[in-house]
Design a protein around this ligand. Sequence first.
Ligand code: NAD
Length: 402
Amino acid sequence: MNASQNMTSAIKPFSSSSFSSSSSRFAKKRTDVKAAAKTFAEAKNYNLTLLPGDGIGPEIMRVAKDVLNEVGRKHAIKFTYEERLVGGAAIDAFGTPLPEDTLECCKRSDAVLLAAIGGYKWDTLAANMRPERGLLGLRAGMEVFANLRPAVVLPQLADASSLKKHIVSGTDIMVVRELTGGIYFGEPKGFGTNKKGEKIGFNTMVYSEPEVDRIAKVAFEIARKRKGRLCSVDKANVLEVSQLWRERVIETHKGYKDVELSHMYIDNCAMQVIRDPKQFDTIVTGNIFGDIISDAASMLTGSIGMLPSAAVGSSGPGLYEPVHGSAPDIAGQDKANPLAQVLSAAMLLRYQFGEEEAAKSIEAAVNATLDQGFRTGDIMQEGMKLVGCTAMQEALMKNLSK
Ligand code: NAD
């Protein structure tokens, strides 16, 4: 059996009962490109670039690496790692948030696992020198235009949500956010002076037809493998860019008639996600709307420290990272929840390599650890065992090696 056959058979549809579920046609295409030239034995040796970044990044990356090694041992997968600097750490070492060597290393690897970047230390730097620039440059350089952000409410943590349990229980939303276009990248942008001589700041929200078409296709493919419902979120009542967005989504829908398409304005969507999250299956939206809606959806789950994400393109390595930032307020105190990072590693195994069983092993170990009552501060509940990052890792590793 060659690698491509192996991966294809390993890929299963998105399910409503797991953390992030499985892959889709676009993911198969990505893996198939690389897989075609490899034998099965070679495909079991994966080259990963690790980007620990800043703040709690190195603490949680350490956990994910140990977990990958253990799961590799169990499932006969060998990982080869190259570690590089990005964000504030790269600014300190090289004077730039994204050194060329870091991007090159990411592009030649099979997949990239990122922790988080940023921190107080770099907050006063000019915008183009901030750690966040490193992240934006990485996404653009790797051409990963689709950000997949599952928001699944785990039964063990349904009480941890700030919303009522009966509202959030059973929530399973996949937000597909366009990642490399829209207002974060549009030109012109900058500062200037208006007619009254007042200083102004401005940005441009722009999407081209191909940019909308490719993200719409990804979203339809994912929705098709889930419950078959896609909600496209825009602001077409006010913005021309959203009118184009809606036109292209409707056009793309012609190839996916089995998927039920609806449209919602972003302001209404913000309300609906809080009011009745279970009405959503898959959401597709642009960069800035997706940034906000996926954060709101993530809070339904109780903790940002539990949420993985993936950023993928049409081909090549994807970027797998937790939703949360570098949490500088708790960095170096052994308080970080490593589970979002660990679940990002599970997403990497599933989406990039079709290693479904290995991904499931990780998710089962996370589930077992939560079932045993272990909680970091961010997800602490009455009657549970409060632990730090190290103790959470120990519990996780025990469950993984069972
Ligand atoms: P944040 O996600 O870092 O932290 C928000 C809150 O959640 C904090 O109280 C933090 O302690 C807590 N938290 C986050 N992750 C946690 C974890 N794993 N375990 C326990 N608690 C956790 O967001 P922020 O405070 O807005 O930003 C801090 C820095 O991170 C900023 O410099 C920001 O630019 C950067 N940031 C980076 C990314 C990224 O790398 N993808 C994303 C968001 C923010």
